[in-house]
Design a protein around this ligand. Structure first.
Ligand code: SIN
Ligand code: CO
Length: 400
């Protein structure tokens, strides 16, 4: 076996950088991902019969209900009594299954169940900064969250039982006031789909929809992130403020040629000009914005906990293990890159050019083969070791 510490990452075995779109093409019933993006994405709904093999969507209701009762998992319970809706935030005790009209929604199921993580992987040829999570709902007959719209694209995949989706391109998105959840006031459906296990319904952002369980059913939603631009811009400005010492000088205002003003209470024009000049020095360049976005969007969501190994291998054993088995990012890890930086879970890594190349490929595919791991330089190997001890990456290319 080659000494992992002595070789440059440049010599790592070459591999296609971008994850293959083949898995998503299969889900799209054979439509190429490029065609889907050009003709359907953000534009119109798409229903595909038998898009996913139901065997891949194998999470038992009891396992999901257990996640709903776990305080480390984000979940909601929606119930309807006549025209009254109620919303409870998890952990939630499961209502009797014999009762009608309730649904449990478990957010981030991909963090807790390998089958959900594997499904999300099929979407990884799309920008990782846009992928959110797999939410799984369990509903008894009559259960649903009411007619509503989401602000993001969503792929609704039926895993169990039957759900009737009614959808509408209506422009009236006004909501019933004073309800604990967002329910459209005037929902008038235009199309109806009966989804059975394996069927998929894609909906663009702000498309009105209402899914009602016709029997005990489970629906998996692959959702996309659509961060509020104003919030990102504000967060960027806050970052600028934190780093303002690097960006603007410490010079103080001076007015050597001061003339006695006619209105001493007026703000001096020279002072306005001096501050304007200073503000213009703030660099809002694209590279800085991109680096900020990589750090900010790779931050773990609140409540995400990484499972650090209870008995981590020593460094030498770790190198041996990864050069035999490869590595993969743990399901909760978010890794993004820009032309200048690579960020993981909100932290950017100061990489050399060749390390950066290796890490970008790793971020795109979220795994690295044994061969690729056998060729690491010392700095990179140490960094991966830290990530392993933090629970950010796992040994082995695929979940066991
Ligand atoms: C559900 O699974 O019940 C709701 C999913 C959605 O409408 O986005
Ligand atoms: Co929805």
């Amino acid at each position: 076996m080659s000494d992992p510490k002595t070789q440059s990452p440049d010599s790592a075995g070459s591999k296609a950088a971008a994850p293959s779109p083949a898995a998503l093409k299969r889900i799209l019933g054979g439509m190429s991902v490029d065609r889907f993006l050009a003709d359907v994405w953000h534009r119109e709904p798409l229903f595909i019969k038998g898009a996913v093999d139901p065997a891949r969507l194998a999470i038992e209701p009891d396992a999901l209900l257990a996640l709903g009762a776990d305080d480390r998992v984000e979940s909601r319970l929606v119930q309807k009594r006549g025209e009254r809706w109620s919303l409870g935030h998890g952990p939630v005790p499961t209502p009797p299954r014999a009762r009608r009209d309730w649904t449990l929604l478990v957010q981030g199921a991909n963090l807790h169940h390998p089958a959900a993580d594997a499904l999300l992987d099929d979407f990884r040829c799309l920008p990782h900064a846009r992928l959110d999570d797999v939410m799984i709902s369990y509903a008894v007959e009559g259960g649903g969250v009411g007619p509503h719209f989401d602000s993001y694209d969503v792929f609704l995949i039926q895993a169990r039982g039957t759900r009737r989706w009614r959808i509408s391109a209506q422009k009236d998105l006004s909501l019933v006031p004073d309800l604990p959840l967002k329910i459209l006031s005037n929902f008038e459906y235009e199309q109806e789909f009966i989804c059975e296990p394996g069927d998929l319904l894609y909906l663009p952002p702000r498309y009105a929809h209402d899914g009602v369980a016709l029997d005990e059913c489970m629906t998996w939603s692959v959702g996309f992130r659509a961060p509020a631009l104003g919030e990102l811009a504000l967060a960027f400005l806050e970052r600028c403020a934190e780093h303002s010492a690097d960006m603007v000088n410490e010079e103080r205002y001076a007015d050597p040629g001061l003339k006695r003003p006619r209105h001493p209470a007026a703000v001096p024009e020279g002072m306005v000009e001096a501050v304007e000049t200073e503000l213009r020095k703030l660099r809002f360049d694209r590279a800085r914005i991109a680096d900020f976005l990589a750090e900010c969007l790779s931050e773990p969501k609140p409540g995400v906990v990484f499972d650090a190994p209870a008995k981590p291998l020593g460094f030498a054993k770790f190198l041996q293990a990864i050069s035999r088995n490869g590595i993969r990012l743990s399901p909760a890890s978010l890794m993004l890159h820009t032309p200048r930086e690579v960020s993981i879970n909100g932290e950017s890594f100061d990489a050399t050019e060749s390390e950066g190349r290796w890490l970008r490929q790793f971020a795109d595919s979220r795994h690295a083969s044994a061969d690729e791991c056998a060729m690491l330089g010392e700095n990179l190997a140490e960094c991966l070791y830290d990530w392993y001890r933090a629970g950010w990456l796992l040994i082995g290319q695929a979940a066991a």
